[in-house]
Design a protein around this ligand. Structure first.
Ligand SMILES: N[C@@H](CCC[C@H](N)C(=O)O)C(=O)O
Length: 265
C-alpha cells in the first residue's frame, strides 16, 4: 500500500508522521516501523507517529520509537505532531490532544514553527547514587557531569541504560552541565528505543530542568533555557519544593519534507 508521510524535526529530534485519521493503517508491525525509521533503508527518524481521531480531543498521538516498539511520551514528537495537526488544518493555534501519558494542551505560533506543549505534572524524583531519576511521560536518568562536549555519551549512556537496574524496562540517560557565563544548561541524551544519542529529547530536557531545580533548591515560577546538539529549548514550570506543575516544553518544530512510500500492512 502507498502512503504519504511527512518528516518533521524539533531541535534535531526527527520523526516520520502519518495522517491515520481514516484508520487505513490498522496496525504497524515492529519491522515496518523500524524500516521506515532506518536512515539507510527507509525515510529516517528517531521515531514515527500516527495522528488519529479521538472522541473529545482534537486528535490522538500514537508514538513508536525507531526500534519499532511503541514508546512512552515523546516531548519533541508531541511538539512536532502539533505542528503537523496545524499543517493538516486539524487545529489552528491551540489544541487539546491525547497521548500515551494522558491529555496534553499546546499552543502554536501563527507561523506554525514554535510550539509550547504542556507536560504531565511530576511529584516524585528519586535518587540513584548522585543521579536523579524521574518520569516526565518517559523515564529519565539525569546526571551532572563536566566536559560534556567531549563526553562519550554513547558508551556511558549505553552502560547505564543496560545496567542491572534499568536493562529490563530501559531508561533515557541525560548528561547535564551548567552553561558557563549564561543561564541554563547543556544536555546530551542517550535515548531508549533509538538506543543511541539523539540531537534532542523533550521529555529528557524537561526531566533535567526539574531535577536541576531540586538540586539547586530553586522554588517558585521557573524558566530554564537548555542547549542541546540540535538547538535550543526552554522549560517553564512551578515548583513548591515537593511538586512540579504547569510544566511547558517550548521550542521549534519544522516540516522538513514529505513524500510517498510503499508499506506492507
Ligand atoms: N525523544 C523523545 C523521547 C521519546 C521516548 C523515549 N525514547 C522512550 O520511549 O523512552 C522526547 O522528545 O521526549
Amino acid at each position: 500500500m502507498q502512503i504519504t508521510f511527512y518528516k518533521y524535526q524539533g531541535a534535531g529530534n526527527d520523526f516520520v508522521l502519518i495522517d491515520n485519521r481514516n484508520n487505513e493503517l490498522k496496525s504497524l508491525d515492529k519491522q515496518t516501523v523500524a524500516t521506515l525509521c532506518d536512515r539507510r533503508f527507509g525515510i529516517g527518524g528517531d521515531g514515527l507517529m500516527l495522528l488519529e481521531n479521538e472522541a473529545g480531543y482534537d486528535f490522538k498521538m500514537v508514538y513508536y520509537n525507531a526500534d519499532g516498539n511503541e514508546g512512552s511520551m515523546c516531548g519533541n514528537g508531541g511538539r512536532c505532531i502539533v505542528a503537523f495537526a496545524k499543517h493538516l488544518g486539524v487545529i489552528t493555534d491551540t489544541t487539546k490532544f491525547l497521548a500515551t501519558d494522558g491529555t496534553h494542551h499546546a499552543k502554536i505560533s501563527a507561523e506554525g514553527n514554535w510550539v509550547s506543549l504542556q507536560m504531565i505534572d511530576v511529584d516524585t524524583i528519586n535518587r540513584d547514587g548522585e543521579a536523579y531519576v524521574l518520569n516526565t511521560g518517559s523515564p529519565h536518568y539525569v546526571k551532572l557531569t563536566s566536559d560534556l562536549d567531549v563526553k562519550d555519551v554513547y558508551n556511558d549512556g549505553y552502560a547505564i541504560r543496560n545496567n542491572a537496574t534499568y536493562k529490563a524496562n530501559g531508561i533515557n540517560v541525560n548528561f547535564v552541565e551548567p552553561v558557563r557565563d549564561e543561564e541554563g544548561f547543556f544536555v546530551r541524551t542517550f535515548e531508549r528505543g533509538v538506543e543511541n544519542e539523539t540531537y534532542a529529547c523533550g521529555t529528557g530536557v524537561t526531566a533535567v530542568a526539574l531535577a536541576m531545580a531540586k538540586h539547586n533548591e530553586q522554588f517558585g515560577s521557573i524558566s530554564t533555557p537548555i542547549k542541546v546538539l540540535g538547538g535550543n529549548l526552554n522549560i517553564r514550570f512551578n515548583y513548591d519544593g515537593e511538586k512540579f506543575n504547569n510544566i511547558f516544553l517550548e521550542g521549534p518544530a519544522e516540516l522538513v519534507f514529505q513524500g510517498d512510500i510503499s508499506v506492507d500492512v
